[in-house]
Design a protein around this ligand. Structure first.
Ligand SMILES: Cc1cc2nc3c(=O)[nH]c(=O)nc-3n(C[C@H](O)[C@H](O)[C@H](O)COP(=O)(O)OP(=O)(O)OC[C@H]3O[C@@H](n4cnc5c(N)ncnc54)[C@H](O)[C@@H]3O)c2cc1C
Length: 394
């Protein structure tokens, strides 16, 4: 049964996730927030393993991938990590800081409850179990949101419906579909902060290593990251890999140094007279089963090795280069790279240049952060920027 939504709202926000809730609670006007999930903040509630890595002490544009790397600066400067910390302190929500600079709540639910309460106090009506199906504009400049409960008229509209990652938590393609239908340009979306899958032969070779983890240095284009790598049944994952995936495109090669800090060629040359195989010689630095899998047929006795074999072994361990078959996909990727082209939006307000009264926030925008609290900080900052502009519209 459809409901009567005949009186237009000042604002309708599609998506009761991180940026939608932040936006709703940051200005006072008669507004409605809708979500097809039965509860607000579903992704937020499980973020950071249930502890919500809500921001980071070190936030800068360098931590984000976007076609326009400057776009995120205004919003990030207008609502900072310290603003969110102040909000938590004022509401006695406990948080902690890790040596890495990552900021975590004690319990993600505390943040969900705080953002809900704040939105309600700012005159926000919630309609959950309500799916947005389409957007139209009427002749009087109002937006009409077509939903599973009927059509809703509104003066302003915020698309805060996130990316495509983790469909089980409510992610849907609605945001990009609606933006496209309004004529906005979309930067192709792809799963990011995800593991890499290996090509077939390499997968077979490394599958027995699944579950083993070690510190590595990874390079992909200009991006480089040092941290843990985890072997999986499909390829590799772990923090260093997830971070790298943000800067990877199909067909691009990735290079892993499995022994950062060790010049393998120099080490093997020093031991050139040993009868031991390379994997045994390196045993104190790298688990032999990992070395064997990486070296494959190249794990030979040092004393019998040719110069070419020494160089090949060093290459395999210090500069292991491969082209990932793909990523672990939408069900495992933490975020979506790409989305609404930033050229369509004002960087200070997140308002759409071509459609006054339309705002686009959070992960739906082509701004994607590294792992470490950067994506939620973008959700807060972009949601807040839109709210401050909406506050000025009567
Ligand atoms: C498992 C996991 C853990 C994460 N942990 C962290 C972390 O610790 N730190 C960090 O910085 N980032 C983390 N992220 C990323 C972060 O959660 C997102 O970047 C952030 O939530 C994006 O905010 P958003 O408001 O744009 O979208 P979301 O928070 O995803 O909200 C979008 C909302 O829109 C709703 N929606 C979608 N389509 C429709 C429709 N058609 N009709 C109605 N409603 C709709 C969805 O149900 C959802 O509630 C994590 C992501 C995942 C998947």
């Amino acid at each position: 049964m459809t409901e009567d939504f005949s009186t237009p709202y000042h604002t309708v926000i599609i998506g009761a996730g991180a940026s939608g809730l932040m936006c709703a609670g940051s200005f006072n006007a008669r507004k409605l927030i809708i979500d097809h999930n039965p509860r607000p903040g579903a992704k937020l509630a499980v973020s950071g393993g249930g502890k919500c890595n809500f921001s980071n002490l070190n936030i800068s544009a360098a931590h984000y991938a976007s076609q326009n790397k400057h776009f995120c600066k205004n919003a990030l400067a207008a609502y900072k990590n310290t603003d969110f910390l102040k909000l938590l302190d004022e509401n006695r929500v406990p948080w902690q800081q890790l040596p890495s600079g990552q900021l975590f709540a004690q319990n993600a639910q505390d943040i969900v409850r705080l953002l809900n309460r704040r939105a309600q106090q700012a005159n926000t009506e919630f309609k959950l179990n309500t799916q947005a199906l389409g957007i139209k504009k009427d002749g009087q400049g109002l937006y009409i949101v077509q939903t599973s409960r009927g059509n809703i008229k509104t003066q302003n509209l915020v698309l805060a419906c996130g990316g495509l990652s983790f469909p089980a938590l409510g992610a849907s393609p609605f945001g990009v579909q609606a933006a496209r239908a309004l004529g906005l340009n979309i930067i192709e979306q792809s799963p990011a902060l995800a593991g890499f899958t290996f090509p077939r032969e390499l997968k077979q070779r490394t599958a027995p290593l699944a579950g083993n983890s070690l510190p590595v240095q990874i390079h992909c284009g200009k991006f480089s990251y040092t941290g843990p790598l985890l072997f999986t049944h499909e390829g590799i994952s772990g923090p260093a890999v997830l971070q790298t995936s943000l800067f990877w495109n199909e067909g691009k090669s990735v290079t892993v140094n499995f022994l950062p800090g060790t010049d393998v060629l120099a080490f093997l040359r020093e031991h050139k007279n040993s009868a031991k195989h390379f994997s045994a010689l390196l045993a104190e630095k790298l688990a032999p089963k990992i070395a064997k899998a990486l070296l494959a047929g190249g794990d030979v006795s040092a004393s019998n090795a040719t110069t070419a074999q020494l160089m090949q072994a060093a290459q395999c361990l210090n500069r292991f280069t491969f082209v990932p078959q793909g990523t672990s996909g939408w069900t495992k990727a933490e975020v979506t790279r790409g989305g609404v082209d930033t050229k369509e939006l004002n960087p200070s307000t997140l308002q759409c240049r071509r459609h006054p009264g339309l705002f686009i926030t959070g992960e739906l925008v082509d701004v994607t952060g590294l792992m470490g609290g950067y994506n939620l900080q973008w959700a807060w900052s972009s949601g807040w920027a839109a709210a401050k502009a909406l506050e000025q519209i009567f």
